[in-house]
Ligand binder design. Structure first.
Ligand code: NAD
Length: 369
């Protein structure tokens, strides 16, 4: 009999990665025993009794870390992982950006899968935690902007005069950016967008927003659909155009990332200085250094009467919705790992960071050299 164990997240994390619905499925469909740390679901209103009713056994953290074959968590586990029996840890550890997180898992019986490294293939879509969380964060970024912005999003025509709609600039039209565009449009804003991937232009236009082309760009994406780093010449041209547009914008939402690299600075201080007082910047790339020069990760600051929110995890503020999506993604991945019979599997190999104490991910072995 195999045991999966789900441990409580750190205090800053309200989302959880396995709900009672998936506990039932894991027991019924996958034949697993499920161990849940006492109080796991408190942050999303799920009680220990709910887990028990679904068939799980409640236990202490130490017991789960010692005895589970598969340990599920969202955030990096801070505890010492003991040698004990072989175990596999599944999480979203962003080890490309934080390679030091691998150290404590380098023990001969421990393997690690980090789901942020899943290949973005059709088959892996049901497990794609990054897309699930990016959608929610993009949506929440706009709602957050509305609460800091003192103007109106839609146009108001009243007997006392007309209020102009908000102008929103979105930098990066990936999963989060597209959701931000759709949300801002629904609220009646005028939306302009930059991205380095030409393929995103059509999606942007279909949402009714304006795609700003930077002349002379090379194809800005790799085979996996991710952006690639751009030449200095391109970035200079882009910066000039952003300067032009930003002085008109009331709200800027930035989402531009290059996987495993520092985020490109798209809004320097010079550009910020042209922005209108009362404008708002929501920087979803904050964890990777931010797209705005003044962004501070996990902080909301005011610069020159402009509010700048640095937060790459706004999905944490929608903990119920986020947990529902994560739980489904984690279950799909677990099922895939348990049922895969292939020796070389691009989904499994793609997100395996450590196999029995040895680093196996090509991007991470080279990073440490
Ligand atoms: P991401 O979070 O890595 O980056 C966000 C956006 O920033 C991307 O659109 C990127 O092109 C853009 N960007 C990077 N540098 C920039 C710059 N200097 N200026 C302006 N924009 C810049 O990306 P993501 O949202 O996770 O996904 C990117 C793409 O991956 C998707 O749009 C899609 O094509 C692909 N994808 C495929 C699947 C799938 O097939 N299952 C799932 C998810 C995503």
């Amino acid at each position: 009999m195999k045991y999966i164990g789900i441990v409580k997240e750190p205090h800053f994390e309200k989302r959880i990665c396995f709900l009672p619905k998936e506990v039932r499925l894991a027991i019924k469909e996958l034949g697993l025993e499920v161990l849940i740390e006492n109080g796991l679901g408190e942050t999303v209103g799920v009680s220990d009794t709910d887990y028990k009713t679904a068939g799980a056994t409640l236990n202490s953290r130490a017991f789960i870390l010692e005895n589970a074959d598969y340990i599920l968590s969202i955030n990096d586990i801070q505890d010492v992982i003991t040698e004990g029996k072989p175990k596999t840890v599944i999480g979203i550890f962003n080890m490309l950006f934080y390679p030091e997180r691998m150290d404590k898992y380098l023990r001969k019986n421990t393997s690690v899968f980090s789901l942020d490294l899943l290949p973005r293939t059709t088959l892996a879509q049901s497990m794609d935690v990054l897309s699930s969380m990016a959608s929610l964060s993009g949506y929440k970024a706009v709602l957050k902007a509305t609460s800091y912005y003192n103007g109106s999003f839609p146009m108001f025509t009243t007997a006392a005069g007309t209020l102009n709609p908000a102008k929103v600039l979105v930098l990066g039209a990936g999963v989060a950016g597209l959701q931000a565009i759709a949300t801002a449009k629904r609220l009646g804003a005028i939306v302009e967008v930059f991205d380095v991937r030409k393929s995103s232009a059509e999606e942007v236009r279909s949402l009714g927003a304006k795609f700003i082309e930077v002349e002379g760009y090379e194809e800005g994406e790799n085979a996996g659909g991710y952006a690639i780093a751009q030449s200095q010449e391109y970035l200079d041209k882009q910066k000039k155009l952003i300067h032009e547009r930003i002085s008109n914008a009331n709200i800027v939402i930035t989402t531009a990332n290059i996987p495993g690299k520092k985020a490109p600075i798209l809004i320097d201080t010079e550009a910020l200085d042209t922005m209108l007082p009362g404008s708002v910047v929501i920087d979803l790339a904050a964890e990777q250094g931010g797209n705005c020069e003044k962004t501070q990760n996990q902080k909301t600051i005011t610069y020159n009467h402009i509010t700048i929110v640095g937060d790459s995890h706004l999905s944490r503020e929608m903990s119920q919705a986020a947990s529902q999506l994560l739980s489904s993604n984690y279950y799909s991945f677990l099922k895939y790992v348990l049922q895969s019979t292939k020796e070389e599997d691009i989904i499994i190999n793609g997100c395996q960071v450590i196999a029995t104490g040895k680093i196996t991910h090509p991007q991470l072995t080279t990073k440490l050299e």
